[in-house]
Design a protein around this ligand. Structure first.
Ligand code: ZN
Length: 175
């Protein structure tokens, strides 16, 4: 019995090594961002997309200070949402930023500026309402591009990490 458990343990740790280091725990998510992260996760579950295998390089998703003009930023192991332009009460805005940054960090998506898209490189503050109106279609389009990690083609310029997310309208409706 004991040997059996040891064998199982060995196999389990071996499997853990072969995939990613923190595959079991998932990223730390700021409590105020949990509901938007969970929204994205629920969609993944619904579509049978394995969340853990796409977020294993992600250490944390937090609010933080970013240079002016950025809603959020995806670093290799971290997503930072600009706390000076988005507040916990901006539910839809946060969802949009979360999906966008997870698009980079979890799915390796690049920017897509062919029409209205969650992965648009610029999200003008005044147009957030339009994204909200078309959210159903945008979300469908976003997930339809998903590829499992193994089959993803390497991005032309290294990786998508550190890609910025610009909001270039000077007059922002958020404080
Ligand atoms: Zn971006």
């Amino acid at each position: 019995m004991k040997i059996k458990s040891i064998i199982i343990l060995c196999i389990a740790s071996l499997l853990a090594c072969c995939t990613c280091t923190n595959v079991s725990k998932g990223p730390y998510v700021d409590p105020d961002l949990k509901y938007v992260y969970n929204d994205w996760k629920d969609e993944c579950d619904r579509l049978k997309i394995k969340v853990k295998h796409n977020t294993c390089d992600l250490d944390s998703i937090i609010f933080g200070e970013l240079e002016k003009g950025y809603w959020g930023k995806c670093y290799k192991d971290k997503i930072v949402i600009n706390n000076s332009v988005a507040a916990p009460s901006d539910t839809f805005l946060l969802k949009l930023i979360m999906y966008h940054e997870l698009g980079h960090c979890a799915f390796d998506y690049k920017h897509d500026d062919n029409g209205l898209d969650i992965m648009n490189s610029i999200l003008p503050a005044g147009k957030i309402i339009v994204y909200k109106l078309f959210w159903g279609i945008l979300k469908e389009n976003y997930f339809s591009r998903y590829e499992v990690p193994k089959t993803r083609t390497k991005l032309k310029y290294g990786n998508s990490c550190g890609e910025i997310h610009i909001q270039n309208e000077p007059q922002m409706s958020y404080k």
